[in-house]
Design a protein around this ligand. Structure first.
Ligand code: AVJ
Length: 322
């Protein structure tokens, strides 16, 4: 790192990476409806597979959101206001924000991510592209982060939460999360939120059941990940990918279905599977514009503006305090 970059990038380590306790996983695996937190998709292999998913023909969200950012970047900046402090929970590669920075002209950028090394790599690349931008990288699990670090620049805050990541949360959790963000942004800030929209079932089912089987590999990889970090002997060969849109609950459900009756060992406990029994690995909630504005209202926020693609597949929304 050269001297100018050192001045530009500040690193805050708030919660050193904490390991998941096996009990947390065991509780899900032993419950009547077996379940696993979708965070277990994302080891190195899983993150690579997700990257491949985002480029699949059937998987419209990523490219559609990018197109919205590209098309409306000027307008987004006008409505959100320039010169703000941009905070991005779960910033990953920090690539999406780069589409907006030239117009948003932020005073500082604060990416928050649990993966410290990846975060540093990402902000170093960002700093090369935007050498004038002050960056405060925060290594933390934003789900466990209640308060922002103290020594941040002053200014109005814009939380950037793209990718419909909010869709992974149960609606009650999404509400709690928006309430927390509302506290972060205060009266003069905003939340720029990417949300995937409700649409015909066949289109959604296709996006999570791609022809090449990448989503299948992504789902099954969670079992390898469990074997790697815990004492476990899942055999991917004995499970199948299942994903479908639940029209009543407005969510894609992903499951790993046991192909046979089998017993898997996890941290010294025996987990029994019937043939056809599944582990529920992910929910990806879709919203109608009405549902989204009522969620915002419940959090004391209002939808100030919504940007859509021409087919109204995906939405980018600015939420401010009501
Ligand atoms: C990263 C949660 C937005 O729900 O579409 C992609 C994850 N799962 N294919 C989504 C995912 C299966 C993705 N999110």
């Amino acid at each position: 790192m050269n001297a100018s970059v050192e001045n530009q990038i500040h690193f805050h380590e708030l919660h050193p990476q904490s390991k998941t306790h096996p009990k947390e996983v065991l509780e899900g695996l032993k419950s009547v409806r077996k379940n696993l937190n979708p965070k277990f998709f994302y080891d190195t292999k899983g993150s690579e597979l997700f990257e491949v998913i985002t480029n699949l023909e059937e998987y419209y969200p990523t490219r559609t959101e990018r197109k919205i950012f590209e098309t409306y970047s000027q307008d987004i900046a006008e409505v959100c206001g320039i010169d703000s402090i941009i905070i991005e929970p779960g910033s990953g590669s920090c690539e999406k924000i780069q589409l907006l920075i030239p117009n948003l002209k932020p005073k500082a950028y604060i990416p928050i991510d649990i993966a410290g090394d990846f975060l540093l790599d990402s902000v170093n690349k960002l700093a090369e592209n935007f050498p004038e931008l002050p960056i405060h990288a925060v290594q933390a699990d934003f789900n466990q982060l209640d308060n922002l670090p103290n020594e941040l620049p002053n200014g109005s805050k814009l939380v950037f939460y793209p990718g419909s990541t909010i869709g992974n949360m149960e609606p009650e959790k999404a509400l709690e999360f928006l309430i927390k963000l509302s506290e972060w942004i205060g009266n003069d800030g905003g939340i720029l939120l990417g949300v995937d929209l409700h649409k015909p079932t066949h289109q959604l089912n296709a996006a999570y059941n791609d022809q090449q089987g990448v989503t299948e590999a992504f789902n099954l990889n969670a079992l390898d990940h469990l074997n790697d970090i815990f004492e476990a002997n899942f055999d991917k060969e004995n499970f199948s990918h299942k994903a479908f849109y639940n029209e009543q609950l407005y969510r894609i459900e992903m499951h790993l279905v046991s192909d046979c009756e089998q017993c898997v060992e996890f941290e010294g406990e025996k987990i029994q599977f019937d043939e056809g029994e599944s582990i529920h690995t992910e929910n990806s909630y879709k919203y109608t514009r009405k549902q989204l504005s009522s969620l915002a209202a419940d959090a004391g926020l209002t939808l100030k503006e919504t940007w859509l693609d021409e087919n109204e597949l995906f939405s980018v929304n600015l939420l401010v305090r009501a």
